[in-house]
Design a protein around this ligand. Structure first.
Ligand code: FAE
Length: 545
């Protein structure tokens, strides 16, 4: 097939898949397949040749490539479908007025910025509901993840960064970098719809004043900044600014979902997967256990919940090929539990290990009165301070927005540091869940590296940190959460060099748990490209009749 024909077929599948998602959501179905586009809920499936757990980046790539190969596939996702408007006419709520749609079964929001001027003005009481953002607490570290059909793509900042080749090779010495940079990264970027902000518009628009002000401060310290691509449609954003399109990124929408503009997975990979006609998706259904039947096929136990969180059904599914895309937390939990309960005793000791935060730490600086950041700020970051090549203290810091609708002179950053610390998940037999062995001392390593860089910036600009953003006291660095959980089932350690889980056949990992704790940039392009590589290999070698 020619490239043009393939492009046309993909576009057609995406349209069919999006129509199915739309109709299913509007009719309140929790199951979606091509039948949904004809207003019929697909029958519940009990067995399929392939099952994919989770519908984030790793799960979505697996689903599309299996569907294209003609393999009937079931995707099981614990979050809900996000395609139908609430009573306010919007699918997602805004960051400034969060309601039950914001967070996963919480009665109060838990935003990354806890306070402003030490005031408890950010978080709000909300009714409990399967909202789109979760903050999973583990002792000294908590982890933000997306919940819903599309996983993290529903809540993230859309920054679509390809890692530095030298660091990718350091982290994945056994992966052919020529193949990654020649085939799989370009394939991932094309499918994800990566684009870049028009530099001329960036320089002139009020919506990126905050980024220009941070660039100037970095430049004064001799640091360079770099433009970062994104999956938010910048053409759409310019129309928002011109007042000809409904505002989303320019209306403060991001961590609780974007109603417009963002090419989340339900519009790209997942839509195309459903459009193949071979993929069915069940939402609000969580996989709780994995075991192996006597004939070598896989058995999955699931719990289906309603919107109050009550378990309404427990089911068993069977498949020949099992793809794990529950993300670093989801996949690690399932596999650690399976090994420790004796369900899958031959899983490698490396399962659960090699986990890291991608060196994340967040911080704010205050600017001089004449260095304004603007009352209007786009929620999609487009610049990073790139000091990764500094061997003494490698840091890549995303220049983050803080859209509060008034001038506040704060520059916010999410620093990605080269923190070598790693932790492991362990099974908690009392709760049936997992614990994470990450300590506050391990976070202090990220903080020290970020501080070194930002002390330089403050010194060069005669500015200071903000002490009022991360709770009571005087916390400057948010050292207790990450947006970038990575590891737990590291490539080449818990799996072979292609994501095949060691100890068992026909079970694969395709998500962020393959990445050994750090990748130096925002991770979803890497996760997507690695999943493409796994699927290409598995479909060529393992699924042939
Ligand atoms: P993920 O996208 O988390 O998908 C896993 C899916 O599996 C989820 O939908 C889960 O609900 C589901 N699941 C888990 N366990 C089960 C189970 N047992 N049964 C059924 N379903 C299950 O995994 N990254 C960037 O590259 N650029 C950014 O700008 C960026 N900004 C971010 C901002 C925020 C607020 C957050 C939270 C993350 C951000 N990230 C960003 C990180 C990025 O979203 C994350 O690395 C990827 O989403 C991870 O992809 P996975 O496929 O590993």
């Amino acid at each position: 097939m020619t490239a043009k024909l393939m492009q046309r077929q993909l576009a057609r599948r995406q349209i069919l898949g999006m129509a199915a998602l739309q109709t299913a959501a509007s009719l309140g179905f929790t199951r979606v397949g091509l039948q949904s586009a004809r207003a019929a809920e697909p029958d519940a499936i009990e067995a399929a040749p392939a099952i994919v757990v989770g519908s984030g980046y790793g799960g979505a790539v697996a689903a599309l490539r299996l569907g294209e190969a003609g393999i009937r596939t079931l995707v099981l996702e614990m979050g809900r479908l996000w395609n139908t408007p609430g009573s306010d006419g919007k699918v997602f709520c805004s960051t400034s007025a969060p309601d039950q749609r914001s967070m996963w079964f919480r009665t109060r929001t838990e935003a990354p910025l806890a306070t402003f001027l030490w005031l408890d003005v950010v978080n709000k009481a909300i009714p409990s509901y399967p909202g789109v953002l979760d903050r999973v607490h583990f002792g000294a570290m908590s982890v933000y993840v997306g919940r819903g059909v599309g996983g993290g793509s529903l809540v993230n900042g859309g920054m679509a960064v390809t890692p530095l080749r030298s660091y990718f090779t350091e982290q994945f010495p056994t992966v052919d970098a020529d193949e990654m940079y020649g085939t799989y990264f370009p394939r991932a970027r094309a499918m994800l719809g990566v684009n870049t902000v028009d530099p001329a518009w960036f320089e002139s628009t009020e919506w990126y004043r905050f980024a220009r002000t941070s660039r100037k401060a970095a430049g004064n310290a001799g640091l360079k900044t770099t433009f970062v691509p994104n999956v938010y449609d910048f053409g759409y954003m310019q129309r928002e600014a011109a007042g000809t399109a409904v505002k989303s990124a320019l209306a403060g929408e991001v961590i609780y979902g974007n109603n417009q503009g963002k090419r989340s997975l339900d519009r790209t990979y997942l839509a195309a997967a459903l459009g193949t006609g071979n993929v069915t998706l069940h939402s609000l259904e969580k996989v709780t256990a994995i075991s192996r039947a006597g004939d070598g096929s896989w058995l999955l136990t699931t719990e289906r919940r309603d919107i109050t969180g009550a378990v309404v059904e427990t089911k068993q599914y069977g498949c020949t090929y099992l793809f794990l895309g529950g993300g670093s937390l989801g996949t690690s939990e399932l596999l650690v539990r399976a090994r420790e309960t004796g369900a899958l005793p031959d899983l490698a000791p490396a399962v659960g290990g090699g986990w890291g935060t991608n060196g994340n730490t967040m911080l704010g600086r205050t600017n001089h009165i004449w260095d304004t950041v603007g009352a209007n700020q786009s929620t999609m970051p487009v610049l990073g301070i790139d000091d990764w090549a500094n061997a003494d203290n490698p840091v890549f810091a995303e220049i983050a927005p803080l859209p509060m609708g008034f001038e506040h002179w704060v520059s916010l950053y999410l620093a990605i540091t080269k923190n070598p610390e790693r932790a492991a998940f362990s099974y908690d037999s009392a709760t049936g869940g997992v614990r994470l062995g990450w300590t506050a001392a391990q976070s202090a390593v990220s903080v020290a590296m970020a501080r070194k860089l930002f002390d330089r910036i403050n010194a060069a600009n005669a500015t200071i940190y903000r002490y009022d953003l991360f709770g009571s006291g005087s916390k400057v660095f948010a050292d207790d959460f990450t947006y970038h959980p990575l590891g737990g089932c590291v490539l080449g350690k818990a799996t072979d060099n292609y994501g095949r889980v060691k100890g068992y056949s026909r079970m694969y990992v395709t998500d962020g748990s393959l990445v050994p704790g750090s990748i130096g940039v925002n991770p979803f392009v890497t996760i997507t490209a690695l999943a493409e590589r796994t699927m290409a290999r598995v479909l060529a070698e393992d699924t042939a009749p």
